[in-house]
Design a protein around this ligand. Sequence first.
Ligand SMILES: [Zn+2]
Ligand SMILES: [Zn+2]
Length: 373
Amino acid sequence: MSKSDYYEVLGVSKNSDPNTIKSSYRKLAMKFHPDKNPGDKEAEKKFKEISEAYEILSNPEKKQAYDTYGHEAFSQGAGGFSEGFGGGFGSFSDIFEDFFGDFGGRSSTKREQRGQDLKYEVEIDLREAFTGIKKEISFDTLIRCDDCSGSGSEKGSGLQDCGACGGSGRTRASQGFFTVERTCSSCGGAGQVITDPCSSCNGEGRRRKNRKLEVNIPAGVEDGSRIRLSGEGAIGQNGSSPGDLYLFVSMEEHQIFGRNGTEIFCNVPISIVDASLGGTVEVPTVSGGKVKVKVPAGSQHGDQFRLNGKGMPALRSTSFGDMIISLIIEIPKNLSENQKNILREFNDELDHSNSPERSGFFSKVKDFWDGLT
Ligand SMILES: [Zn+2]
Ligand SMILES: [Zn+2]
């Protein structure tokens, strides 16, 4: 029954900053997401563990409690933090719920609480990152209630101080080892309540809606790029200004190309004969075209060629990175008797000058042995 260490679960150290924790969580959550591992109980369990660990470590209050008391902080008796863990992401297409919490300095400015920021994960492939792409995304959000114009009040009714918090918007409660200050649940931190709430939105001034939005993902984005869409988040309470929408871009792996920033890498297999005699190989480029690359006679495994400007576009710039080709020299397999004989014949023809590396190595080995006596 012993629980794993939350830091271990997320593969981060105790001193990791919130961004590191977040990005590590994000990677793991994508990997073990039930949608990606249908029917895999292990993955599902892992996903729950990851979600739970992140739930705690992403919240400064909870993290501190965990750092001090360990899992004890959340066991029954200590109370307080037992809200359901691991609540599923929806599907990959509408991962929405991961609201940025309302911690971190967003103080309870009465009535003027800005709406929540929303996070949306979007996975794109290398070609889409190369060209940039418009994507239609759909997500659950909160929009203004039209019936009360966002005020939350039935026409003509007013506001009064909240009885639960006396107008401060915050309540304090003692929970196990520590005292927690929380946003007042009666007034949602506003400090005031509506005497005659709007019947359409129960006085919230907003309602839940699935929104579709066309977003521009610029050319050159990378795995982990974050795009902020100002004011596209959830609307605040009682008509206050909306939060922002953050797009988190993750990249699918490509089957041919590797990438590091604006550089593109490609391993190109060639035959031992082409490498020996020299020739041209046709290499695909990420732009969708192809380039002919001259391979000089006597090319070796791992030799690299740089193709200027054939890499990825730099973000918000007109420049392009380079493409780097590495030769993979393939030693022939499954030889026929005839082929073997030709190779044996060929071998008889070889002299030291054909393999300077090998000859050099053995003469050094000889020196080494001679030096020992
Ligand atoms: Zn309303
Ligand atoms: Zn209150």
